[in-house]
Design a protein around this ligand. Structure first.
Ligand SMILES: [Fe+2]
Ligand SMILES: [Fe+2]
Length: 270
C-alpha cells in the first residue's frame, strides 16, 4: 500500500499535534490510517492496474512488498519503534500483545468466525492465519502454518496454510468471491503462481477443503477498521487447543523455535 506521509500527518492534525503524540498514540493512529487507506483501496473507483503496472511500482519503494510488518516502517519518512521486551518464557499472548499488535484484522476474523458458529479449530485458524505477516508477507499462509504446526491441531494448521491458495479462487457455494483488493494489489490480469494453482487443484477433492475455505470466508469480509476486538473472547479456545511450551515460544528447541525468536528479536543485526 502506498502511504503519503503528508496525508497521514494531515489526518492527525498537522506536524505539531503529531509531535505531541507519544509513540503508542502514533502507532495507533498509523494503524487507523492504514485501515482507512485499505478501505480506500477497497472502495476505489480507479481502474484496476495490470500486472505490468504493479511491477513498474517496485523500484519506486524503499522496501519490498513481501517484507514482514515488524521489519519496516511503511510510511515514507516514518521510523520503526523500540519494541517492548519479551518475557523470559513468552506465550502466544505475549506475541499478540508485543509483536503482532494491534492485530485487528485477525481478531476481527476470529470474532466473525465465532459469531458465525464455526468449529473451535477454525476460529483458532482465523485468529492465527495472518500473524506470520509480522515475519514475512510473501507466502504468509505457508510460513504461518509451519510456525504453528507444533502447537495447534492438524486441521487448524491445514486451514492456515491453504487459506493462501483458496483466497485466489471464488467459491459461490460458500459466498466467497475473488476480492477486488487482489485485482488492485496483484493486477487484474494476475495469474496465481503454479504452487498456488496446484494446491487449489489438490484441495478441490480434499476431505478438509472446507477448513481453509472457511478461513477465506471469515477473512476478507471481516475487515472493519472501526471495530476493536480483544483476545479475551478466545482465551478458552486457545487454552483448549494451543500447546503452549513451558519453556516459552522460541525456547523449546522445536523445529520452528528460530521463527519465534526472530519475531521476538527483529532488531538483531545477524
Ligand atoms: Fe492471509
Ligand atoms: Fe486475512
Amino acid at each position: 500500500m502506498e502511504i503519503k506521509r503528508e496525508n497521514l500527518i494531515a489526518t492527525l492534525g498537522g506536524e505539531e499535534s503529531v509531535a505531541r503524540m507519544d509513540s503508542e498514540a502514533k502507532a495507533d493512529a498509523l494503524e487507523d490510517f492504514l485501515s482507512t487507506e485499505l478501505d480506500k483501496i477497497l472502495l476505489s473507483k480507479d481502474p484496476f492496474p495490470t500486472v505490468a503496472e504493479v511491477e513498474q511500482k517496485i523500484p519506486t519503494r524503499h522496501y519490498r512488498m513481501g517484507v514482514g510488518n515488524l521489519f519496516v516502517a511503511q510510511a515514507p519518512g516514518a521510523k520503526v519503534k523500540i519494541l517492548p521486551p519479551m518475557p523470559d518464557k513468552p506465550t502466544l499472548y505475549d506475541f499478540f500483545e508485543k509483536r503482532f499488535a494491534p492485530a485487528n484484522h485477525v481478531l476481527q476474523s476470529a470474532a466473525l468466525a465465532m459469531k458465525n458458529g464455526m468449529p473451535e479449530e477454525i476460529i483458532l485458524a482465523c485468529l492465527l492465519h495472518d500473524t506470520a505477516q509480522a515475519l514475512l508477507k510473501a507466502d504468509h499462509g505457508y510460513w504461518a502454518a509451519q510456525m504453528y504446526t507444533p502447537y495447534v491441531p492438524e486441521r487448524t494448521a491445514f486451514a492456515i496454510k491453504y487459506h493462501q491458495a483458496l483466497r485466489f479462487f471464488a467459491d459461490p457455494a460458500y459466498g466467497y468471491e475473488y476480492p477486488d483488493l487482489y485485482r488492485r494489489l496483484f493486477g487484474e490480469d494476475y495469474v496465481p503462481l503454479p504452487h498456488i494453482s496446484a494446491d487449489y487443484e489438490m484441495l478441490k477433492n480434499h476431505p478438509w477443503y472446507e477448513a481453509p475455505r472457511l478461513v477465506t470466508v471469515n477473512d476478507y469480509y471481516s475487515f472493519d477498521p472501526k471495530a476493536k476486538v480483544s483476545i479475551d473472547p478466545f482465551r478458552e479456545i486457545i487454552g483448549r487447543h494451543f500447546k503452549q511450551p513451558k519453556e516459552g515460544l522460541g525456547n523449546d528447541n522445536s523445529p520452528v523455535a528460530h521463527m519465534w525468536r526472530t519475531i521476538a528479536r527483529p532488531d538483531m543485526a545477524l
